[in-house]
Design a protein around this ligand. Structure first.
Ligand SMILES: [Fe+2]
Ligand SMILES: [Fe+2]
Length: 216
């Protein structure tokens, strides 16, 4: 019965979260939150953290992305999460631990993750920005922001300045293990992209660009 009630509460949180995530930014939608929940649960089990806190924090961590401009999205999300969890009937101890994790899942406002649950949420969020899914999310964001592939303020800039840095700042051993192969996949993608662009830049110096592209 207790488990049923816990599941009911969680489903209620997912329903409320869905309303916040239903907007144009598909790189930070409910699907992203659900994947962060999956990663978070996996890391929590391996690192011995509180799965309930992680699940709730993952589901709500980005709900404030279109919130008040004077706050960071992590601070907005944390404030909204506190209200939602109070209304759903969660104990104050859980609410505060979820809040602490959400507020430090991004470095925007300089909050450092201090609890194991906060560190795991941070890592789980970054794991959704690597691999094929990470690339998909990056280009989804580029479509919204109008970023070119390379150059100033581009997809390549975001990759080098943000995603490459995540590698150095992961908090848990478990996350570093999952991150590595997905990051190598991304590195291979960018090498291929630059090689293809180089072939195009030789256009004009060759008789046929298609010859360069297709015959290597
Ligand atoms: Fe976020
Ligand atoms: Fe996120």
């Amino acid at each position: 019965m207790e488990n049923l009630t816990t599941q009911d509460h969680l489903q209620q949180v997912i329903r409320v979260a869905q309303g916040f995530y239903a907007r144009k930014d598909r790189a930070h939608d409910l699907e992203h939150a659900l994947r962060v929940r999956e990663w978070g649960t996996k890391l929590a089990e391996e690192e011995g953290a509180d799965v309930q806190v992680i699940e709730l924090a993952a589901l709500l961590h980005d709900i404030g992305r279109s919130g008040a401009v004077e706050k960071t999205h992590a601070e907005s999300s944390a404030g909204l999460a506190v209200n939602i969890l109070h209304k759903t009937g969660y104990a104050e101890d859980i609410v505060q631990r979820v809040k602490e994790a959400i507020i430090s899942h991004s470095r925007e406002a300089g909050h450092e993750p201090n609890t194991l649950e906060a560190k795991i949420l941070y890592d789980a969020d970054k794991l959704d920005f690597v691999g094929a899914i990470g690339l998909g999310r990056l280009f989804t964001m580029a479509g919204v922001e109008g970023w070119p592939l390379v150059g100033e303020n581009s997809c390549a800039t975001f990759y080098h300045e943000k995603i490459c840095n995540y590698q150095k700042h992961l908090y848990t051993k478990a996350a570093r293990g999952y991150f590595e192969p997905m990051f190598l996949y991304m590195e291979g993608f960018w090498q291929e992209l630059h090689a293809e662009r180089l072939k195009f830049s030789l256009f004009g110096q060759a008789n046929s660009v298609s010859e360069l592209i297709w015959k290597g």
